[in-house]
Design a protein around this ligand. Structure first.
Ligand SMILES: NC(=O)c1ccc[n+]([C@@H]2O[C@H](COP(=O)([O-])OP(=O)(O)OC[C@H]3O[C@@H](n4cnc5c(N)ncnc54)[C@H](OP(=O)(O)O)[C@@H]3O)[C@@H](O)[C@H]2O)c1
Length: 342
């Protein structure tokens, strides 16, 4: 044993519909001492992501389901506090998929060193400079085939992915319309992220008409994060030859019955639209381009972001639930340990 006791968040039972706090349990576990080739890491930040809801169903998908009584997994950044590996030394900051716990032991190959030299806050590697930023980049530029100066419509526009989509599009000289679930989020989108029109989808009335009023010439690229009424509104407003980049449909992740598709899918034909779903991990070949462009845009002040931080591993389930009620502004994170673990 390493004499380290770690709290971890486990799945207590599979959620039915909207997840509840009782679906999770926090347990203390003893952490083994690192063996040959292994590192002991104390996590500092962990990422909370909507896709984890899909892993709570007992079904095959592009990632295996979580098991009841086992810790959840997700992106995390921590510091190596003991090492028997030549891949990472004591004191190194490392990224892993072993979040939702305070400490862990893993093979050196299972963690990736984080380059802290740029001075960007380390947790940005879970957001703007990490998986959500990469999702925005690959989804908008490769799947959406964005061209400079086009009109872009983004749903969940103030979130971790959406806010970066909006600002990449602005950096490319596009006209950008986004939706969000509060006036405060809409104000941030227009005044800080610099988009052309933010729509509060909860108070705007007919969403199709609100998008039409915001983008009267129509939409060239729709970046889909929400599904349902948003997809119907997008299809209605697409211009001929438009592209729909299908990133996520959070409004349907807790559905207990399949929903009917949009009633206006027929526009795909008449407007010659292209709709393509994607999973970011299939586009990691773009990583060097993403890091180059994102670092440049951040340096030029073109990309801003917000974080919502819950404090302590026990708060991780609350953070997860808040994703489905709009309780986060920007990237949802949990601070699970001190900035310097050693
Ligand atoms: N394809 C991929 O590889 C990939 C990778 C990462 C993320 N994603 C997807 O990208 C989307 C955004 O993820 P994220 O990490 O950036 O999360 P996020 O946008 O930071 O957080 C989720 C947001 O979704 C909105 N929302 C929740 N329920 C909603 C509903 N019923 N109707 C409308 N809006 C709702 C809420 O904002 P409001 O206040 O605006 O309602 C909430 O803040 C998700 O669909 C996620 O699954 C896909």
């Amino acid at each position: 044993m390493s004499n380290v006791v770690s709290k971890e968040v486990q799945l207590a039972r599979r959620p039915e519909g909207m997840p509840k706090l009782e679906d999770f349990q926090v347990k203390e576990v003893d952490i083994a001492a690192p063996g040959d080739g292994e590192v002991l890491v104390r996590n500092i930040w962990m990422s909370v992501d909507p896709y984890m809801r899909g892993r709570m169903y007992d079904r095959e998908s592009y990632v295996p389901p979580f098991q009841i009584g086992a810790p959840l997994e997700g992106g995390a950044i921590g510091q190596v506090i003991a090492s028997n590996s030549d891949k990472a030394a004591v004191g190194d900051y490392v990224q892993s998929m072993l979040g939702w716990r305070e400490y862990f032991v893993a093979k050196g190959e299972e963690v990736q060193k984080v380059d802290t030299s740029s001075g960007v806050p380390i947790q940005a590697f879970l957001g703007t400079l990490g998986m959500p930023g990469m999702t925005a980049y690959a989804g908008l530029l490769r799947i959406g085939e964005l061209k400079d100066g086009e009109t872009v419509f983004v749903s969940a526009a103030s979130g971790a992915v959406g806010a970066i989509v909006c600002q990449i599009a602005k950096a490319k000289g596009c006209f950008v319309v986004g939706t969000a679930g509060s006036d405060e989020k809409c104000k941030w989108l227009e005044e800080t992220a610099g988009i052309d029109k933010a729509i509060n989808y909860k108070t705007c009335g007919d969403l199709t008409e609100a998008v039409r009023a915001a983008a009267p010439k129509g939409v060239d690229v729709y970046f889909e994060n929400v599904g349902g009424e948003h997809l119907t509104a997008a299809l209605e407003n697409m211009r001929p030859m438009g592209r729909l980049a299908m990133c996520g449909m959070i409004s349907q992740y807790n559905d207990t019955e399949p929903k009917p598709g949009p009633s206006n899918l027929i526009y795909m034909v008449g407007k010659s639209l292209k709709m393509q779903g994607f999973i970011v991990s299939n586009h990691f070949d773009l990583l060097p381009d993403f890091i180059r462009d994102m670092t440049k845009w951040i340096g030029e002040g073109k990309i801003k972001w917000e974080e919502t931080v819950e404090d302590g591993i026990e708060r991780a389930p609350n953070a997860f639930l808040n994703l489905f009620t709009g309780g986060n502004m920007g990237k949802m994170l949990v601070k699970v340990g001190p900035d310097k673990a050693i």
